[in-house]
Design a protein around this ligand. Structure first.
Ligand SMILES: C[S@@+](CC[C@H](N)C(=O)[O-])C[C@H]1O[C@@H](n2cnc3c(N)ncnc32)[C@H](O)[C@@H]1O
Length: 295
């Protein structure tokens, strides 16, 4: 099992996403002989081994069921153990798009944190690109490194335990893009400039507070970055439903003039309204910039 590819059948040692509905999902490592308790029953891992990902599996008492999915960066974001605040899918997709990430890109990320975004960045640049990710907290770095190894990301991801604000990234003219999720990103802007390829590249900084954005933009401008844009990604989902309505059929002008009694017909009309489900609010501001060339 790897987050970078897809295998059809579940094997011992795989990480799988056990799902009882969108709100009830968790990640489980499959081990021969192990049992996972879910609401209303138990799921025996031996019964999952050899099954196709996406299968619906009944608990041992037959009272309940789960669906077992192949992991993806999106499902991992919803189930990962939080060691820090993480980047969610709407921001992650905007980051990959705006940093112009594609297979073969080289990208820097700091801090690694819970490794949530790392999975998404690694998938964008795989199989021949690379993610260099930096985290100065020893324990977080060790846990993320272990997860990357277990999730089949080792070929594409290098994690270094390092303070990037004081020591930089240790790379010169190497990467296409830099992503910063740091409390003081302005301290890493010069180091990012050093690491970005001589032919230019993109930078993104994620900050929850506008004061952080202001300091970062000031530093970006004085460092020669251009095309500076700050956005906030807010999802506004809509519910679109069909409604059956009785509509009088009054015919054309001729039938009206002859006072034909109108008949009723049933029509299906679609209405669209903002969803009433809980919508995630402000996560942070994303500031994007281009380094056109090095001064
Ligand atoms: C909010 S978390 C990043 C979360 C990550 N984007 C995710 O999706 O899981 C910020 C991380 O940056 C790390 N950090 C803060 N300052 C740092 C620095 N100067 N150098 C390296 N890491 C740093 C923190 O230890 C923390 O783990």
């Amino acid at each position: 099992m790897s987050f970078l590819g897809y295998t059809e059948k579940i094997s011992a040692g795989d990480l799988v996403i056990v799902c009882r509905g969108y709100e009830r999902m968790f990640a489980v490592k499959i081990e021969s002989g192990a049992v996972t308790q879910v609401k209303g029953g138990a799921v025996h891992h031996d019964g999952l081994i050899g099954k196709t990902f996406g299968s619906k599996v009944y608990t041992s008492n037959g009272n309940n069921w789960v669906i077992v999915f192949h992991p993806t960066p999106e499902l991992w974001t919803l189930t990962l153990p939080h060691r820090t605040q993480i980047i969610y899918t709407p921001d992650a997709s905007m980051i990959s798009l705006q940093l112009d990430l594609r297979p073969g890109s080289k990208v820097i990320e700091s801090g690694t944190g819970s490794g949530g975004l790392s999975h998404s960045l690694a998938r964008s640049v795989a199989p021949n690109g690379h993610l260099y990710t930096y985290e100065f907290h020893d324990q977080r770095a060790a846990l993320a490194r272990e997860e990357f190894r277990g999730h089949g990301l080792s070929e594409v991801v290098t994690l270094e335990c390092r303070d990037v604000c004081t020591r930089g990234f240790g790379l010169t003219d190497t990467v296409d893009a830099v992503f910063l999720d740091l409390p003081n990103p302005w301290l890493a802007v010069q180091h990012a400039k050093e690491a970005i390829k001589v032919t230019g590249g993109r930078l993104c900084s994620f900050s929850p507070c506008i004061e952080q954005v202001q300091r970062t933009v000031k530093e970006l401008l004085s460092s020669g970055f251009t095309d500076i844009d700050t956005v906030e990604c807010l999802l506004r989902p809509f519910d679109v439903h069909p409604h059956s309505l009785s509509v009088p059929n009054i015919g054309g002008a001729e039938s009206v003039s002859r006072l034909v009694r109108p008949t009723l017909s049933t029509q299906s009309l679609y209405t669209a309204q903002p969803t009433t489900k809980k919508i995630p609010g402000h996560t942070g501001f994303l500031t994007f910039a281009t380094l056109p060339h090095k001064q």
